[in-house]
Design a protein around this ligand. Structure first.
Ligand SMILES: O=C(O)CCC(=O)C(=O)O
Ligand SMILES: [Fe+2]
Length: 355
């Protein structure tokens, strides 16, 4: 069966969730129907309205929710049913496709966030069956890293459903990327070339009922390292966001069949801090299992990330030095595979001293 509570899950006192968390009133809910108006010919006025909403959501919260997003409700129901069935399999069966140090894809139940174990089990996959990271030199060792999907035999439709989910959510992510680009005052397609050989990473999260929800977290506080996250959550709730206004943790209220969108570290760097990647975490509870499915929209591994020239100037110089996305990703994956005694890689490590 499932996880057994022990010391490894206990958060330091200052990171434990309070017993009452207030609702994140005010996280914008954005209706994307103008994007899907007949023949894609929504009025310019409606589109301008959308862009303005995205801009203020990114500035004020780093998070927003979207409705009328084009992903089929039937698919959302289907993937929830498949995920429930997969995680209910006997441990031996799930462990057959367990993630290893070499390949970060498949089932995993021992992930750490900031060196404390998360109360969750996950299934990770990528939308291309094989993803290659280039030969990079790390500590004198030069090699190519290859990820490959590890699919379970059961449930029988699991793989097809996951792949369909990835396809549909990717279409949404690409539309959001263009909106985001417009909201930064750039041409809609400005960021598209970074995603030609994108490294999308999709995760199914299962947070079992937890006997000690005041001591543990489903996912410890963190910022998403990629460009954009498109997250589906079920009706249980538990995603807490650090409100920018006052630093309080507030709970995102589930809206049936919606997605939660958040800006990741890469957008923070591209926008030279105009948009910030906001800290979030997952609280668990002792009554109900929870499921969530983030789609991490990531550029190609060879993309070197740095503030966009159009968004920097003499008065607003680049606040980051360039870093390679593939290497950043690899370093993150290694650090959540096992407990380390040092902080994992963060964009703050690439911050420039500004005068
Ligand atoms: O389960 C959730 O609501 C969020 C999960 C999350 O933040 C993550 O996997 O990066
Ligand atoms: Fe996250």
């Amino acid at each position: 069966m499932g996880l057994e509570f022990d010391q490894a899950f206990i958060q330091a006192e200052e990171h434990r969730p309070k017993s009452a968390i207030s609702a994140a009133d005010g996280i914008p809910v954005i209706d994307l129907s103008p994007l899907f108006a007949a023949g894609g010919t929504g009025s310019q006025e409606a589109l301008d309205g959308l862009i303005a909403e995205v801009k203020s959501a990114c500035k004020d919260w780093g998070f927003f929710q979207v409705i009328n997003h084009g992903v089929s409700v039937e698919l959302l129901e289907r993937i929830q049913a498949e995920a429930r069935e997969f995680f209910a399999l006997p441990s031996e069966e799930k462990l057959r496709i367990r993630r290893g140090e070499e390949n970060p894809l498949g089932f995993y139940e021992a992930e750490n966030t900031k060196n404390v174990r998360d109360w969750k089990e996950v299934f990770d996959f990528v939308s291309s069956e094989r993803t290659e990271l280039p030969a990079t030199e790390i500590a004198g060792d030069v090699r190519t890293v290859v990820f490959w999907n590890q699919w379970p035999e059961h449930p029988p439709k699991f793989r097809d459903t996951c792949q369909e989910y990835a396809r549909q959510v990717e279409m949404l992510a690409r539309q959001l990327l263009e909106l985001l680009s417009l909201s930064l005052g750039l041409p809609a397609i400005r960021l598209n070339s970074f995603f030609e050989d994108d490294m999308n990473f999709i995760r199914l999260n299962h947070y079992p009922q937890c006997p000690e929800p005041q001591l543990a977290l489903g996912v410890g506080r963190h910022k998403d390292g990629g460009a954009l996250t498109v997250l589906f959550q079920d009706e249980v709730g538990g995603l807490d966001v650090r409100r920018k206004r006052d630093g309080e943790w507030v709970r995102v209220k589930p809206i049936p069949n919606s997605f939660i969108i958040n800006v990741g570290d890469i957008i923070q760097v591209w926008s030279n801090d105009a948009y910030e990647s906001v800290e979030h975490r997952v609280s668990v509870n002792s009554e109900r299992d929870r499921f969530s499915f983030p789609f991490f929209f990531n550029p190609a591994h060879y993309v070197n990330v740095k503030p966009l020239e159009e968004l920097t100037s003499e008065e607003n110089p680049a606040r980051y030095v360039e870093y390679n996305w593939g290497q950043f990703f690899k370093a993150r994956k290694n650090s959540n595979f096992r407990k380390l005694d040092k902080e994992n890689v963060q964009i703050s490590h690439f911050k420039q001293a500004t005068s």
